[in-house]
Design a protein around this ligand. Structure first.
Ligand SMILES: [Zn+2]
Length: 400
């Protein structure tokens, strides 16, 4: 992975740490193999003046709803660092309480809500903290014995933390696990099945480590001979697309826009001999389920039958995992694999369909790479469900 740091551009922020924070965040955001659809977040610790004119330690962290690729200083939120650290000491806090408390800790109440990982950023005692969901690292994590593989590749200078639901629970877990560690011995945190944190008092170094980690994972995959298959597409008729679109719209309860990816990559995946096995194990990271649901439909039994059986399986998935207070979301697939033809994505508009196509492209690539390492083993469905039906994410989705 290319290190995009540009000395001349960085120089223009030499007296502006917040500008520099936004700059390296954009560098991370430009790399789609690191962050997708609002994933990933970054922060900086600064001294800030409150309304009474007192200087206090603060966390300048990505605001929710901003993409790293285009973030500016105004996309960040400044919060009292002490207030966040006090929250980390609580043994339990619901995520909506956490959001409320975080809002109270904001120095400017007009700012957007901070990232749900703000407390976790506060706990890490370095000025710059970078967090991504690097594809190549996830390809290694999401396998049998993923944690051992990560340890083997990166050594003991990285903390490996087993998967925990993002939000307060994750912040609390990291707080407990790091209370007595010597942070200076560590170069980053590997959150299993989720992503990577790097940190440093230097913006360039924190960014450099992230690129280095991703590059190392890419090199490992290449050494193992992991690659994706490519194939030429068969033609898809407009009538069949119309038919699929109608079936999905009926189940979703609104007219959907359909996008067919007929790239050689998409068709290569659609021809995989064990397609129905590997494509239905789960997503790359749990947060993708919010946009794209846990798994795609596979159109191998006639359009109606395949899509309807997807919907009834979604109903069973909901019943297996839901508590009585939850309301089921619509059971229509967000994407589908059409053997020989490619990958379809469905959205309420073109931009949603393209966002899902993006997730599908990265997911199908990582599944194939992981399969080369042994087997693709994403999180169990209960963990995915917890995020798909997470109150905070449902609220975000409504806002969009
Ligand atoms: Zn994350």
């Amino acid at each position: 992975m290319q290190n995009r740091w540009n000395e001349n551009e960085a120089k223009s922020y030499s007296r502006n740490p917040k500008g520099l924070r936004a700059y390296t965040s954009r560098l991370l955001g430009q790399e789609k193999d690191l962050v997708l659809q609002g994933g990933g977040n970054t922060s900086l610790k600064v001294d800030e003046m409150d309304k009474a004119g007192n200087t206090l330690p603060a966390l300048f962290v990505k605001g929710s709803g901003w993409d790293l690729e285009s973030i500016e200083e105004t996309g960040f939120v400044t919060l009292s660092l002490d207030a966040l650290l006090q929250m980390a000491q609580r043994t339990a806090l619901s995520d909506s309480e956490m959001v409320q408390q975080q809002r109270l800790a904001m120095l400017d109440p007009q700012s957007p809500n901070p990232s749900v990982e703000a407390i976790l950023h506060a706990i890490i005692p370095f000025r710059y903290v970078d967090h991504t969901h690097a594809d190549a690292v996830l390809a290694i994590m999401n396998t049998k014995d993923g944690a051992e593989k990560i340890k083997e590749i990166y050594g003991d200078r990285y903390l490996i933390i087993p998967y925990v639901m993002p939000g307060f629970k994750l912040a609390r877990k990291v707080y407990e696990l790091t209370r007595n560690i010597n942070w200076s011995r560590h170069k980053g945190i590997m959150l299993m099945n989720h992503g990577v944190f790097t940190f440093s008092d230097n913006a360039r170094e924190s960014y450099r480590r992230m690129i280095q980690i991703a590059t190392k994972a890419e090199a490992h995959l290449e050494d193992q001979g992991a690659k994706i298959s490519l194939a030429e597409p068969q033609a898809a008729t407009p009538e069949s697309l119309k038919q699929i679109c109608q079936i999905v719209s009926d189940i979703r309860g609104l007219p959907v826009v359909i996008n067919l990816d007929q790239s050689r990559e998409a068709v290569g995946f659609s021809n995989h001999p064990e397609l129905s096995k590997i494509a239905t194990r789960g997503p790359l990271t749990p947060d993708h389920s919010i946009f794209a649901k846990r798994i795609p439909a596979i159109l191998n039994n006639g359009f109606s039958q395949s899509i309807e059986s997807y919907a009834s399986e979604y109903q069973s998935y909901f019943e297996r995992n839901a508590n009585p207070e939850l309301t089921r979301l619509d059971p229509a697939p967000r994407w589908a694999i059409w053997p020989g033809k490619g990958i379809l994505s469905f959205g309420r508009d073109q931009s949603e369909a393209m966002a899902i196509a993006d997730i599908a492209r990265h997911t199908t690539k990582v599944i194939q790479l992981s399969e080369h390492l042994g087997d693709w083993k994403p999180l169990p469905e209960s963990d995915i469900f917890e995020v798909e039906y997470w109150e905070l994410e449902q609220a975000k989705l409504k806002k969009r």
